[in-house]
Design a protein around this ligand. Structure first.
Ligand SMILES: [Zn+2]
Length: 113
């Protein structure tokens, strides 16, 4: 995975790394642990399954729906996006991607809040 260190992406102090079309943008002070890299690899798999464009479309739509449900709480809404739930739940499991089922983000066990 290509890693681009920069000060601007992702936007927001709470976010340290972001995967855009398979390229990982990372803030300068963020330590790239195996778990962070695995989290972003899970997103890459989700993107490929949904042909990238559909991934981003659904990602943003889900975030907006959660924003409405959670009355504007942006961070909790982000944590509840199905793609993030899967990536956070399994980021620490280095063997996860080798046994992951297709569209696993929608086979999860509910919201994180
Ligand atoms: Zn993520």
């Amino acid at each position: 995975m290509i890693v681009v260190r920069n000060r601007f992406i992702p936007i927001g102090k709470r976010y340290g790394a972001m995967n855009l079309f398979g390229i990982m943008f990372v803030k300068p002070d963020v330590v790239l642990t195996d778990e962070v890299v695995n989290h972003e690899r899970i997103h890459s798999r989700q993107m490929r399954e949904l042909l990238y464009v559909l991934f981003y479309l659904l990602y943003v739509m889900e975030w907006i729906v959660w924003l409405i449900r959670l009355r504007g709480d942006a961070y909790r809404s982000y944590m509840n996006i199905s793609f993030e739930r899967e990536a956070y739940r399994h980021g620490g499991d280095m063997g996860y991607l080798s046994r992951r089922r297709r569209f696993a983000q929608w086979r999860g066990d509910g919201a994180n809040f």
